[in-house]
Design a protein around this ligand. Structure first.
Ligand SMILES: Cc1ncc(COP(=O)(O)O)c(C=O)c1O
Length: 488
């Protein structure tokens, strides 16, 4: 008999269950030719004695091998290694003529979503990153989420919820979220009014695709969140741009447009407008709510950053006012947790939510239910709210630090206004200092900073960028600003 005791070394400190360690090791031994096809394995009792484990553990390991076709059970002989091992054997087929593999250029007709020539600077390759305004992943409550994720995996009832299920997302999370939205921003909605999405981005896209047709008109701010503009253009809509000043979108300009012809959609970012970070003033918000009711304008209210306000209590979103069912509110949990934890939501009349869910199914049958259920738990036990509180406190300090650092070091070369919330500053660089050059030189020194070109429109060059302060600690901010200073 083979020296199984030394061939199968079991680890105590590992998450891999013992039976799986045994079956994995036996597969390795079979694959490596140490145990030959047709050979008998020791009985479960013998193997249990050899390895000093419970017999049931060996039986579970053998069961695993049997299910995977590595062994057969032969009556009165015991367990034998299969004569035909379950390795994937590639079917031999005639070589296709021509070159193998994928080339750069497809031989099929397709649309370019971005110009092929667009420079792609990969932020991840840099040691320091000034991003658009993302949270600090080092404080994200990923452990809490993971703990609940693991806990849920062990619940037998969870198996049933791992089917495709409701494309609107976890009911538990939608229940928790409806309470949270009421408590934090006065949005009165039920779980039927909420659809969970992969981030706010998906919610904007679904709402736009349901509302717009080729030739539709969409009123947006100038400048605006470029990814939203892209969505609307992809739907075949024409953008009507109105000025965004220090009080937010120019609502009088919207009224003049409505007097001529009602637009098919208005896209508004009421708090910390992207990119300029301004907040729609209270007066304008009230006028806007009146206009929406008067002209029955469909609205996507993108409140991606609402949870981060630093100075006083925030102005409530349009969705909390009497809007006559015209406002589709969009929000993001990714901004509170981590950009790659893709969870956002849409709040809308329930029939709209239903149609949006059906539309979603065409590209993404549903979101990650285990993640959503885990989030529902951290909403219920208060971990999420505690994390938000902690983040707001920290990001307020970082905003203040970044503002004074920029004033001290680059004061005569840039201008910016201190935002009341959000995670970024909108920093305009003096025209003498073109951002394209600064971005390239900073990149060579390990600092990623955007060149801001995507904010430009054909006749406006802003030479400005969003400088995210939330994800950098004070030392990192100093290092980044030092590099910028020396490259200007
Ligand atoms: C204004 C605005 N809306 C929506 C999004 C997308 O957010 P999410 O990551 O939740 O999809 C962003 C991302 O930066 C944003 O700036």
């Amino acid at each position: 008999m083979l020296p199984y005791k030394s061939l199968i070394a079991l680890q105590k400190r590992t998450a891999v269950p013992v039976y799986q360690q045994i079956s994995n090791r036996l597969v390795d031994l079979i694959r490596g030719g140490v145990i030959k096809p047709g050979a008998s394995l020791p009985s479960s009792r013998q193997m249990a004695t050899l390895l000093r484990v419970h017999r049931k553990t060996v039986m579970a390991a053998y069961e695993e091998l049997y299910v995977q076709d590595w062994v057969e059970t032969i009556p009165r002989k015991g367990i034998m290694v299969s004569k035909r091992l379950p390795e994937i054997s590639q079917k031999i087929c005639k070589e296709m003529p021509g070159k193998k593999g994928y080339s750069h250029q497809p031989r099929i007709g397709y649309r370019n979503i971005v110009p092929e020539s667009q420079r792609i600077l990969n932020a991840g390759d840099h040691r320091l990153i000034i991003n658009d305004g993302f949270p600090d992943l080092r404080i994200a409550p990923l452990d809490s989420i993971l703990k609940e994720y693991r806990y849920l995996l062990r619940q037998p009832a969870m198996l049933r919820r791992m089917q495709y299920g409701d494309p609107a997302g976890s009911l538990n999370l939608r229940e928790s979220l409806s309470q949270f939205l009421l408590d934090t921003r006065g949005i009165d909605c039920t779980p039927e009014n909420i659809m969970m999405t992969h981030g706010a981005q998906m919610a904007i896209s679904l709402a736009a695709r349901l509302i717009l047709r080729p030739g539709s008109t969409v009123v947006v701010g100038e400048p605006n969140y470029f990814m939203a503009n892209k969505i609307f253009e992809e739907c075949g809509a024409r953008l009507i741009k109105i000025r965004v000043d220090e009080n937010g979108m120019d609502v009088d300009a919207l009224e003049r447009i409505c007097e001529r012809k009602k637009p098919d959609l208005l896209y508004v970012i009421p708090h910390h407008h992207h990119p300029t970070t301004v907040t729609l003033s209270c007066d304008r918000r009230m006028n806007l709510a009146t206009l929406i009711r008067k002209y029955k304008i469909p609205v996507i209210e993108d409140d991606y950053d609402y949870d981060f306000h630093y100075d006083s209590s925030p102005i409530l979103p349009l969705a909390s006012a009497d809007h006559g069912g015209h406002v589709i509110s969009v929000g993001s949990l990714s901004k509170c947790l981590a950009p790659s934890v893709r969870v956002g939501y849409m709040v809308a009349p329930s029939n709209f939510v239903r149609q949006a869910s059906e539309l979603r199914k065409l590209t993404d049958v549903r979101s990650d239910n285990l993640l959503e259920e885990s989030l529902a738990i951290i909403f219920k036990n208060g971990d999420f709210q505690r994390h938000l509180k902690k983040s707001v406190k920290l990001y307020r300090q970082r905003r203040d630090f970044m503002c004074s650092l920029l004033n001290d070091e680059l004061g005569n070369k840039i201008t910016f206004t201190i935002p009341s919330g959000g995670m970024a500053l909108w920093v305009k660089f003096n025209k003498k200092y073109p951002l394209s050059g600064i971005s390239a030189r900073a990149s060579a020194r390990g600092l990623y900073i955007s060149d801001g070109l995507f904010y430009d429109s054909p006749n406006i060059h802003y030479n400005a960028i969003r400088m995210g302060f939330a994800s950098l600690n004070e030392k990192e901010m100093r290092m980044a600003v030092d590099i910028l200073k020396s490259e200007m």
